[in-house]
Design a protein around this ligand. Structure first.
Ligand SMILES: Nc1ncnc2c1ncn2[C@@H]1O[C@H](COP(=O)(O)OP(=O)(O)OP(=O)(O)O)[C@@H](O)[C@H]1O
Length: 307
């Protein structure tokens, strides 16, 4: 488990992380989302002890990072895919990390095999593609067989096979009871992978909820109804306080109502219903709605005169 309490980071005037408090639970994949500049990398860097918080605390498995004797055995992380010296081989890079964390060299060969780099283990890191670098970063994260794994944009640079591979890997790490914390800008990928979401904007918490709940709370949940009597049906639905949009002559989209309610109203006015279907928005739609007020570039819009 990772516990953030009132975590804050300021860079001069800029508040990158603003009083963040949340817990990342074991046994599930927790997605970390937010627009560019929201503070995700700053938060992850503080979790790993790479940056000092201006205020607040982070605890990993009950302790601050600096108090963990062999960190790789507790938390494995991929923050920057360009790890290691370009002249070094993948294997010697991992051996160095293993040695400093008192891990057996057998772990190096194990993780190289697990990420599909066994055949290029003795090649220079400098000759690696972005996707290979990403796999090497994931190998480093898994080296100490940690209970907590944190990955910043792990699918960057991976081909479709690689994307499926990392999705399965994260799901299986969570199924083993590990804590998996992952950031990504790819909403479709998050929808496939994450169980729980933390969403931040301008450094502050926007959502901390199961993914289904985040989608269910979207105002874009709607009911589509097809009927030859859309005019009278529309009037009856609006009278009941629902918001109705006419999609086509014979099709209405209804928000603020559920299937049963829409069906009952149609029945009560004797309208014929040819189709009644619930439309669930994608995570991307729900996310865009959640973060609409938190985009960094809002901040550079001209202020209204007189303020
Ligand atoms: N070292 C630094 N010095 C000054 N400002 C910084 C520093 N690091 C980050 N920032 C600022 O803090 C804010 C948060 O940045 P951060 O990189 O944590 O966001 P992010 O959510 O990871 O963004 P992205 O999705 O684009 O990677 C941004 O406005 C950024 O410009």
């Amino acid at each position: 488990m990772i516990v953030l309490a009132d975590l804050t980071k300021r860079y001069g005037e800029k508040t990158a992380v603003d009083h963040l408090s949340f817990q990342i639970q074991p046994g599930v994949v927790t997605g970390f989302l937010g627009p560019n500049g929201a503070g995700k990398s700053s938060t992850m860097r503080m979790i790993l002890g790479l940056d000092r918080p201006t205020a607040g605390t982070v605890e990993i498995a009950g302790r601050p990072y600096r108090d963990i004797a062999y960190p790789l055995r507790t938390i494995g992380a991929l923050l920057d895919p360009r790890t290691g010296h370009p002249g070094q081989s993948a294997r010697s890079h991992l051996l160095g990390m293993a040695r400093s964390n008192r891990l057996p060299s057998s772990r190096v060969d194990h993780v190289l095999g697990a990420v599909g780099l066994a055949e290029v283990a003795r090649k220079r890191i400098g000759s690696f593609s972005l996707g290979m670098g990403q796999r090497l970063g994931i190998a480093s994260a898994l080296l100490g067989d940690p209970q907590i794994v944190m990955l910043d944009e792990p699918v960057n640079g991976l081909d479709p096979d690689g994307v499926v591979w990392i999705r399965k890997l994260m799901r299986s790490l969570a199924a083993e009871g590990r804590t998996v914390f992952v950031s990504s800008h790819l909403m479709s990928e998050m929808q496939e992978t994450a169980d729980h979401l933390i969403v931040i904007g301008r450094g502050a918490l926007i959502a901390d909820a199961p993914i289904d709940q985040v989608i269910a709370q979207s105002t874009r949940n709607s009911v589509k109804v097809r009927s030859p009597q859309t005019a009278s049906l529309r009037e009856a639905l609006e009278r009941a306080g629902m918001t109705v949009t006419t999609l086509e002559d014979s099709e209405l989209q209804v928000t603020a109502g559920n299937l049963d309610q829409v069906g009952a109203i149609a029945f009560s006015i004797g309208a014929q219903v040819d189709e009644l279907a619930f439309h669930r928005p994608s995570l991307e739609q729900a996310y865009l709605e959640l973060t609409a007020d938190s985009l960094e570039y809002d901040a550079i819009l001209p202020r209204p005169t007189g303020t």
